[in-house]
Design a protein around this ligand. Sequence first.
Ligand code: BTN
Length: 266
Amino acid sequence: MISIPSDIAIEAIQSRLTGRIIGRRLQVVAEIGSTNDAIMEAGRAGESEGLAILADRQTSGRGRRGRSWASLPGVGIWTSILLRPPVSPLQAPLLTLMAGLATAEAIASVARVEPLVKWPNDLLLDGRKVVGILTEMTTTGQRIGHVAIGIGINVHQRREDFPESVRETATSIDLAAGCRVERGEVAATLYDSLDRWYAAVCGDGTSVILQAARARSVTLGKPVTVDTGEEKWQGTALDLDEDGALLVVDTRGAIQRVLADDVSIR
Ligand code: BTN
């Protein structure tokens, strides 16, 4: 049996938690297919919200749009959290932004570096991707059933550890901060930070989330290319709307609402 490295031992993480919901029930595993798959399954089985699964290694780590997510052992935080938020499925971008803000704050507090949010699901340090977020959910009519917030944080990778396809565009906390942080501390700080930001989602905190997301955004005000999967079009990112969708003015001057497409900064 593969053992769990001591830096992410469950006691090391849970003893540091101060939040009410997130991570109070935590499973740490040495290896898993995808933590998002496991959380979606737990949601279907009726688990209550707050359950977090953290893996040392994922064998089928997934990113958005069916991309794979490199999840080597010993170098990252590969975690998913089960939520049952009282919001409409249309507000999915807001949940991803909330998770991004919580993760950015956790990294800032542990490593003294300030990640920026590249809408909707990336965090960047020095212009390179350090975090990817994958939000998946079930819906019934106008309501969300359950949500898996999947967060992948590159922590200890050196340049050569990244797959060649992302070597020029990815980074890790250690590389950007110039020191070695502790994975257990990053994980515990992340769950606490998510706990606080999730309270804003459940309360009346949409405007607080949007305000913070605007302040941390690397996308707003920039010329962007929007990739729908079927076509690409260009425009300038203007603002976020109340659901967290990106408002982009296209080349004809019309304002388009972007919900889930890939957006790259030109
Ligand atoms: C992306 O950038 O496209 C999103 C990457 C999300 C990766 C995380 S790692 C934990 C969770 N489990 C997965 O299979 N994916 C997410």
